[in-house]
Design a protein around this ligand. Structure first.
Ligand code: NAG
Ligand code: NAG
Ligand code: NAG
Length: 220
């Protein structure tokens, strides 16, 4: 019994001592929960209140029915991973709930749309259709369009957007998104990403109002 107690104390001490040095690889999920990347951008035209909560949580309330914003939490850099999320999404007007990110060289802004408000993102005369991909319980249609002299992570620039838009019958505010499947489908259809910059589970709103509350890293 005595020996057993000592063994427990010994094992406990080793684990505690090991944590500060090995938190990134051996306890990757713990490190990840503590280090979600948070991003909040808006063009200053509407009122946007973004609350960055603990771990993967955030909420946003927006009003004014003007302007554009994108907020959310995730990773920097982004990449191929299974993104679990769970939330509420209640827009009035045009807004998206999505996995959203950027790459550089080439500069690309990308969207994996899970839910949207009044406006279907593919319904834009500039969008070019690039096929579809079936993953995570639905078929997503693939699209691209050019942005000319628009805001970007490198200042005002000209760059393409890549879009995967979940089927209108399957829109959802929680689940898991296999980002690598979308990256591959884009590449297979000639849409090449560059080096990953940030990738977040985002809420974007445009000329609208609403509320959303999201928990990244937690499946519904
Ligand atoms: C996420 O799911 C849990 C369990 O189903 C629920 O209690 C929680 O409210 C959800 N979070 C959000 C932001 O919807
Ligand atoms: C929110 O947006 C909807 C749809 O555009 C609009 O009808 C409504 O008046 C807006 N509400 C507020 C409080 O601005
Ligand atoms: C997906 O692409 C296939 C092959 O091009 C096509 O036959 C099918 O109609 C497309 N489905 C949707 C939902 O766009």
């Amino acid at each position: 019994m005595m020996l057993f107690d000592k063994l427990i104390v010994f094992v406990f001490a080793v684990v505690v001592a090991a944590v500060p040095f090995e938190v990134d690889d051996r306890f990757g999920h713990i490190a990840e929960r503590a280090t979600y990347y948070s991003s909040s951008w808006n063009d200053g035209k509407g009122k946007v209140v973004y609350k960055n909560g603990p771990e993967g949580q955030y909420s946003v309330t927006w009003s004014g029915n003007k302007g554009n914003f994108v907020v959310g939490k995730g990773w920097n850099p982004g990449g191929s991973r299974i993104v679990a999320f769970n939330g509420t999404f209640a827009p009035n007007g045009n807004a998206y709930l999505c996995v959203y990110g950027w790459t550089t060289s080439p500069l690309v802004e990308y969207y994996i749309i899970e839910n949207y408000g009044s406006h279907a993102p593919w319904d834009n005369p500039e969008q070019k259709s690039k096929g579809n991909v079936t993953v995570d319980g639905s078929t997503y249609t693939l699209w691209t369009k050019m942005r000319i002299n628009k805001p970007s992570i490198q200042g005002t620039a000209t760059f393409p957007q890549f879009w995967s838009v979940r089927d209108a019958d399957d829109l959802r505010s929680g689940g898991s998104v296999d980002t690598g499947a979308h990256f591959k489908a884009w590449a297979d259809n000639g849409l090449k990403l560059g080096r990953q910059n940030y990738m977040i589970v985002a809420v974007e709103g445009q000329d609208s109002n609403g509320t959303a509350s999201v928990n990244v890293g937690v499946a519904p």
